[in-house]
Design a protein around this ligand. Structure first.
Ligand code: CU
Length: 455
């Protein structure tokens, strides 16, 4: 097998050193682009070592070129427009047309060469988070390499030594470049096709953005008070469901590139954490969970047998992280009768809406939203509003989902008699806590709609 050095030496003897660099530049692998944010079908390997591909939620895997036994990928860092959910787009920085960038899938022992073209307005570098590699390939601008200047292409090359779960992200002006969405997933599959075999293997990255309602570009200096908590730069209801066949062994791998931890909770099943960013966990060291916290900069793989049919939420358990923009700076108004106030403010501010005296639900309210923003929480389910946003999606378990079919089967049709129902029998007088007398039990929620009518 030719190494890169041998290859260049061989080429030089044939055509002369001056031509080599031009030939090299002309033979860059295609930078394959993606033009939409839907979950793409798994990329089955057409050459190289075989593996069982992953599915990137609202993402895709990057095709490669085989060059004398080396897997060559081409990443282009550039400004992109990412649809956060239907109704909202954001000006982000990403790779090959989307944020996050494409998932890179290789096999244990593969020699990998990644061409990185910088089309950003500032210097860039990529760190291959978690990999064993030569120090000079670690991608830390200033420490292990000079920055990639705008308009230039650098080459990274190493052997993917350890199978497992990785990510890539800038190590150059990190605060800005990650706040703008530059990141991507990396999976190194085991050589042994039977090692920890699963039926479905989903991957995604957690992100956070601060985009003012009505604007398009993240505020890059925000440290904690983000208003969009994302799975692969999408928020619910823009996050696709994970669709599986009943009885499947399902793996979900996630990486956290936000500024805080996220306790992810799965309904209806128990799972085991089987992998971290450092490798796979031996079976005797695993323990069952239904919620798994993932810290900043960490990766986790969890596995479960999807034996319970239904639509099961999988979401961050921080309730503010299942909200979209506008969830902040709203005072708690539960129990406050706002009828008079709303009327008086309406003389000054025609669209003022009293909200929250019976909780935060938006049911029945049609609040005028600025262009390019999303409701705080929404998503229409089979029984009404789901009232969720942000880091929320579902695992849809179906008996008749075909192996290898990742398409959305629609909402679960519950067998008769298995849905919570309204009590229709006698209603004994309910006892209440003493202070309940002071609550405005007769309060009506008055909403002034944009059209000006009242109900
Ligand atoms: Cu969270």
């Amino acid at each position: 097998m030719l190494t890169r050095r041998n290859f260049l030496t061989g080429a030089a003897t044939m055509v002369g050193a001056g031509v080599v660099s031009r030939v090299g530049a002309a033979s860059l692998p295609d930078a394959v682009m993606m033009d939409n944010a839907a979950t793409q079908a798994p990329l089955s390997p057409s050459n190289g070592r075989p593996y069982h591909p992953v599915v990137t939620l609202n993402g895709w895997s990057l095709p490669w070129r085989m060059n004398n036994g080396v897997k060559e990928f081409h990443l282009v860092a550039e400004p992109v427009v990412r649809e956060i959910a239907p109704g909202m787009k954001a000006n982000l920085w990403g790779y090959n047309g989307q944020s996050p960038g494409p998932t890179i899938e290789v096999v244990e022992g593969d020699r990998v060469r990644i061409f990185v073209t910088n089309k950003l307005p500032e210097a860039h570098s990529i760190h291959w988070h978690g990999q064993r590699l030569p120090n000079g390939m670690d991608g830390v601008m200033g420490l292990t390499q000079p920055g990639i200047p705008p308009g230039k292409t650098f080459v990274y090359e190493f052997v993917a030594a350890r199978p497992g779960t990785f990510m890539y992200h800038p190590h150059s002006d990190e605060m800005v470049q990650m706040a703008m969405g530059l990141m991507g997933f990396w999976v190194t599959h085991p050589k042994n096709l039977d090692f920890m075999r699963v039926d479905r293997d989903f991957v995604f990255l957690l992100g956070n953005y601060d985009i003012e309602p009505g604007s398009y570009t993240p505020k890059v200096n925000t440290m904690l008070d983000f208003n969009l908590w994302t799975i692969n730069s999408r928020v619910f209801p823009g996050i696709d469901s994970m669709n599986v066949r009943q009885g499947d062994r399902v793996r979900i791998r996630m990486g956290n590139l936000t500024m805080t931890n996220h306790p992810f909770h799965l309904h209806g099943h128990e799972f085991f954490i089987t992998g971290t960013d450092g490798g796979w966990i031996r079976p005797e060291a695993r323990f069952p969970e239904v919620t798994m916290d993932i810290g900043v900069g960490q990766m986790r793989a969890l596995e479960f047998i999807a034996d319970a049919p239904g639509d099961w939420p999988f979401h961050c358990h921080k309730s503010h992280h299942t909200m979209n923009a506008m969830g902040h700076q709203v005072p708690t108004m539960i129990g406050v009768d706002q009828r008079d106030i709303a009327q008086r403010i309406n003389r000054l501010v025609p669209d003022y809406m009293a909200m929250g005296e019976r909780g935060g639900a938006m049911d029945g309210m049609e609040m005028p939203l600025p262009d390019n923003t999303l409701p705080m929480m929404t998503g229409a389910g089979p029984f009404g509003n789901i009232e969720m946003g942000g880091m929320f999606t579902t695992v849809k378990v179906r008996r008749d989902q075909k192996p290898g079919d990742y398409s959305d089967p629609g909402w679960y049709r519950h067998p008769k008699g298995t849905v919570a129902y309204e009590w229709a029998g006698d209603m004994p007088a309910a006892s209440s806590a003493p202070q309940a007398d002071a609550s405005p039990s007769g309060a009506e929620l008055h909403v002034r709609k944009p059209q000006g009518h009242r109900h």
